[in-house]
Ligand binder design. Structure first.
Ligand code: F6R
Ligand code: MG
Ligand code: MG
Length: 364
């Protein structure tokens, strides 16, 4: 029996500043989801948050990009925005870029990752959610999980994975997509996905069966709004075990934090720190960026879980490494590579400074 897993998220108001989420917003989100479950639209749901982003994890039989499911999420975000406004939270409704719902939340502000699957005998799912970073942050971990034998030994010694995976890569600026086969085409693929500002891994497929293995949200808020309105704070769903990488192989890339864009004012690079949900409160210099992982077993669409996957002392070294990287980067203050290259910064005073200094630039 087919089941669809939809993860739809939005920043609809931060507490305090952009660091976390007020419990009343989570309560409201929970109530909206419970009503939809009672009405039979959802099989099951889980409401959580990463930093200041509300995460609606839903299972249903409506398929991907379903109008009713997207409207349910949009309406829940509107209701939560009203709570945020009442509490005068910071940036209430910040990701709600459209005035009214029009059929699909894509392009309206919220981030979306969805997959319709034939539920296996045991269906293990890991949902990654990040705050203070951009879509594209999953490129490196997805590469490691599905194409790097130094991370995923199953690619070498498990016969059901040995044929590799294919990667659907999106050019988020030009709205184009291309599929690469790993392992044969990894050198070509890395030319693109090594530049995550523009190229993002949207989905990964098991080559032998063609089954979906992972899907991410690739919505770029700045491109949708045409101006800076907050970071994308992306999500990613990964299937695990059996013909897919084991849970430990899926989590392993996060044992060594990689550096992503999105820290302070969306204009700085910082380490992606893996944390338990309760620790996803980016307060140091509005960061450093965080990633949480919720693990579930699906049972006829029912979400059995979550297990808070990074709530494990085995990730303490990663957290320490992230703190060390954060210290090193912070020492650069307003200099690159902590600060993003000029053309990538979400906040800039360049036009006004240039205007003021016009006439003082002389030919050399
Ligand atoms: C938000 C973020 C924060 C804000 C900063 C300024 O995702 O990264 O660093 O950009 O706190 O926020 P505003 O402009 O809302 O006062
Ligand atoms: Mg925010
Ligand atoms: Mg956020």
């Amino acid at each position: 029996m087919k089941v669809t897993l939809s993860v739809i998220k939005a920043d609809i108001g931060g507490y305090v500043g952009h660091s976390s989420m007020h419990p009343e917003l989570l309560d409201k989100g929970e109530k909206c989801m419970a009503a939809a479950k009672k009405a039979g639209l959802l099989i099951d749901y889980h409401v959580t948050r990463c930093g200041d982003d509300l995460q609606l994890i839903m299972t249903h039989r409506q398929g991907e990009e379903d109008k009713k499911i997207h409207k349910l999420a949009w309406d829940a975000f509107v209701d939560c925005t009203n709570v945020a406004k009442k509490l005068k939270l910071h940036g209430a409704g910040q990701d709600m870029l459209a005035d009214a719902f029009s059929g699909n939340v894509k392009g309206m502000g919220p981030g979306v990752a969805e997959m319709e699957i034939e539920e296996r005998e045991a269906e293990t799912i890991i949902i990654f959610m990040a705050d203070k970073t951009a879509s594209g942050a999953w490129n490196l971990p997805l590469y490691e999980i599905f194409a790097d034998p130094f991370n995923t030994i199953g690619l070498v010694i498990a016969s059901n994975m040995h044929s590799g995976f294919s990667f659907e890569v999106h050019d988020v600026k030009e709205s184009k997509k291309i599929v690469f086969n790993a392992p044969e085409e990894i050198y070509d693929m890395l030319v693109f996905i090594g530049g995550p500002t523009r190229y993002a891994v949207k989905a990964v497929y098991h080559r032998e069966s063609g089954e979906i293995a992972a899907v991410s949200s690739t919505q770029k808020l700045a491109l949708i709004a045409g101006r800076y309105v907050g970071k994308d704070d992306p999500v990613c769903i990964v299937r695990s075990q059996g013909k897919f990488p084991a849970v430990g192989e899926v989590l392993e890339p996060f044992a060594h934090p990689h550096i992503v864009e999105g820290w302070m004012r969306g204009s700085h690079n910082g380490p992606l720190m893996p944390v338990a949900v309760r620790e996803s409160n980016p307060t140091r210099f509005d960061g450093p960026p965080r990633v949480i992982a919720a693990g579930f077993q699906l049972s006829n669409g029912k979400l059995v879980g979550p297990l808070d996957m990074f709530d494990d002392p085995a990730f303490d070294n990663a957290r320490q490494e992230a703190r060390d990287i954060a210290d090193i980067l912070r020492r650069h203050g307003p200099f690159e590579p902590h600060r993003l290259p000029l053309e990538e910064m979400e906040y800039t005073t360049m036009p006004q400074v240039m205007k003021k200094l016009k006439g003082r630039f002389k030919d050399i």
